[in-house]
Design a protein around this ligand. Structure first.
Ligand SMILES: Nc1ncnc2c1ncn2[C@@H]1O[C@H](COP(=O)(O)OP(=O)(O)OP(=O)(O)O)[C@@H](O)[C@H]1O
Ligand SMILES: [Mg+2]
Length: 259
């Protein structure tokens, strides 16, 4: 049985005036334990809607999301969502340590050993020395590192990430991609990642699901077989890397020309 299954999921939003927006046409896919799967699709195609539905925060109009054979009907206990807007997602009144500890407390771990665990995660995301700083004292990249450490402190079985590096500068983004891959390899978490950066998706993923324009559906599924651990210079320099990038670009381009 796959860890997670999206079965004929569709979502239509109904506005107050009676207008409707069909965000997700119909999406079906399966995700296995430990996989790193990315969804890539054009702006506004319904990516956030898809993740929110998986996280049980939006009720689908049709179809369902199934985790461990059970239909998702509210936020599942073994899943965490990292939002794009890290400015709004951290607790401003809690220090870095306090934010990461929150992930543990949410799991019921209020012990003093929890402190050690939070500190080692802070270390892992490269923020040693900033434990007592508050979110507003950190750069955007540092805040996103805190958000990732807090999410991982919860030890989720499934980590959903909605364009988590979208508003970071290019260098910080590359660094955080590697931090995330290192943590994923160490912890064995299953990751569903959303990005509209095609190269980022290829660099990180085991598999890419390409979404159409709204109403979204899966137009292609691409396995990504580059060896791990990946390397920003070597992996991206592989001849196959650009081939896949161009193929995805072409596919999205053709799709938008059709609509
Ligand atoms: N709460 C809502 N009520 C009504 N319409 C909504 C709501 N949320 C999203 N939509 C509409 O659904 C469509 C998909 O939105 P969604 O945010 O899922 O797209 P996205 O692919 O994440 O976009 P982006 O690339 O900009 O992040 C859009 O047309 C949007 O206007
Ligand atoms: Mg979005």
């Amino acid at each position: 049985m796959p860890l997670l299954e999206i079965q004929n999921l569709a979502k239509t939003y109904r506005q107050m005036g009676g207008e409707t927006t069909v965000a997700i046409g119909e999406i079906s896919c399966k995700v296995e334990t430990g996989e790193f799967v990315s969804f890539v699709g054009p702006s506004g195609c319904g990516k956030t809607t898809l993740l929110m539905s998986i996280a049980g925060l939006i009720a689908p109009s049709a179809g369902q999301v199934v985790i461990h054979g059970k239909e998702v009907s509210g936020p599942p206990p073994n899943l965490v969502l990292v939002f794009q807007d890290f400015n709004k997602s951290l607790f401003a009144w809690r220090s870095v340590l306090g934010n990461v500890r929150f992930g543990l407390e949410a799991r019921g771990n209020h012990s003093r050993q929890g402190d050690g665990k939070a500190r080692s995660l802070i270390d892992l995301v490269g923020l040693k020395g900033f434990e007592n700083h508050y979110p507003w004292e950190l750069s955007g990249g540092m805040q996103q590192r805190v958000a990732i450490a807090r999410a991982l402190a919860y030890e989720p079985e499934v980590l959903l990430m909605d364009e988590p590096f979208g508003s970071l500068d290019a260098l910080t983004r590359l660094e955080l991609e590697d931090t995330l891959l290192q943590l994923w390899e160490e912890l064995g978490t299953t990751i569903l990642f959303i990005t509209h950066d095609i190269e980022e998706a290829i660099y990180l993923s085991d598999r890419i699901l390409l979404l159409s324009q709204r109403p979204s559906r899966i137009i292609e599924e691409l396995p990504i077989n580059f060896s791990r651990p990946r390397n920003q210079m070597l992996t991206r320099a592989q001849p196959g890397f650009m081939e896949i990038r161009n193929r995805i670009y072409q596919r999205i381009h053709n799709e938008s020309a059709l609509s």
